[in-house]
Design a protein around this ligand. Structure first.
Ligand code: SF4
Length: 360
């Protein structure tokens, strides 16, 4: 098959979309990178995979998946054509695991190496890492990429075994992530992320967020992505219902509290292991901690301010800046602050309460 056609097909497949010959522009998506939002080409090097994960379109036993492999040189050349035309500003390179994780990883690294050395490409590369490869291979991948990722897929070993018997968090994935974290200590500008699937292994939100806290605090990951499950035809999970996007959204909000607001998973407002879906987790947390509210806006320190529903980091800084100019006495003194109606439910201004809807 013509390498350009193969690249188009592999890119389309990387997004779990149909196997017809697509226009490559449909395979480019806006991704958040450390340098901001950019058009990125996501592409698979190979759709052959020796693993048999129950949820995946590329699992070994799925006969209808088109099996393709593109040579690193062809992939690099095809990408550079798009890059030179200004259609993409980055590459996310992934692959099924073929022959051995080490062999797959070598081919991914070879592609990045060609881009960096032969084409002098200095732009963004995100490399998917294969679990269980050698330290030297991980070091090579980190050296060439701006971002690396290895998906954990489930929050613990037992849940992972339910959906991917050939994978192990304990034996392969977590040790590899820990190695990458140590390597990244020498590369402060590079990032390290993972993805976990939601609604596929009967996992609870509590399990998911507990594992995310571990990944942030102990293994120094930059970001955990939550991906709501959707069933793929001709896989063992084809009849499992898709997971709701609302649950995914609540997990992102709670993750934000752990990652940026120093909440612990233990403080989050779980009900039988699940976050309430009908409200923001910070608001649900505040409702459970009424003894802390309302806070006096003129005295609360930064750490307490950012725990007030509606107050983010920027707003907390703005409030502290305004306080330096004089006491905040009425809602008028908070004019221009986002989410003011919500914030007023949780604060007093010089001892006076203006949030009539506040329940206590
Ligand atoms: S190892 Fe990756 S590509 Fe292969 S079946 Fe599992 S999830 Fe799919």
């Amino acid at each position: 098959m013509d390498p350009q056609k193969k690249l188009r097909l592999l890119s389309r497949l990387a997004r779990f979309e149909c196997e017809r010959d697509p226009d490559l522009s449909g395979c480019i998506y806006e991704a958040s990178t450390p340098g901001g939002k950019r058009p990125i080409l996501k592409v698979m090097l190979s759709t052959y995979c020796d693993k048999n994960c129950d949820y995946c379109a590329f699992r070994r036993d799925r006969e209808s998946t088109p099996r393709l492999f593109i040579k690193p040189e062809d992939l690099a050349r095809g990408f550079m054509e798009l890059y030179r035309k200004g259609k993409v500003q980055g590459l996310f390179l992934s692959s099924g695991i073929f022959v051995h994780p080490e062999v797959t990883m070598e081919k991914l690294i070879e592609t990045a190496e060609i881009l960096r050395r032969k084409y002098h490409y200095k732009g963004y590369i995100h490399l998917k890492l294969m679990p269980g490869v050698s330290l030297q291979t991980l070091e090579e991948a980190v050296r060439l990429a701006d971002r690396v990722s290895m998906n954990i897929e489930a929050p613990n070993e037992e849940k992972l075994k339910r959906i991917a018997k050939g994978k192990s968090l304990r034996k392969e994935i977590i040790p590899s992530i820990a190695q990458v974290s140590r390597i990244l200590e020498n590369y402060p500008k590079k990032s390290h992320i993972t993805q976990v699937m939601v609604g596929v292994s009967d996992e609870t939100d509590e399990e998911l967020l507990r594992s995310s806290e571990y990944l942030y605090r102990k293994l120094k990951l930059s970001r955990v992505y939550y991906s709501a499950f959707f069933p793929v035809k001709e896989t063992p999970l084809e009849n499992r219902p898709p997971e709701s996007k609302r649950r995914e959204h609540r997990l992102y909000q709670a993750d934000f509290l752990i990652r940026d607001y120093r909440f612990s998973w233990k403080e989050l407002p779980f009900e039988n292991g699940r976050l309430p879906e009908d409200r923001d987790p910070k608001e649900a947390w505040a409702e459970r901690n009424m003894h802390l509210f309302p806070v006096e806006i003129n005295r609360a320190d930064y750490e307490l301010l950012i725990r007030v529903p509606g107050i983010g980091k920027q707003t907390a800084k703005e409030i502290i800046k305004r306080r330096l100019r004089g006491a905040l006495k009425t809602p008028e003194d908070l004019k221009g602050i986002r989410n003011l109606r919500k914030i007023l439910k949780y604060i007093t201004l010089m001892g006076r309460y203006y949030g009539k809807a506040f329940r206590c």
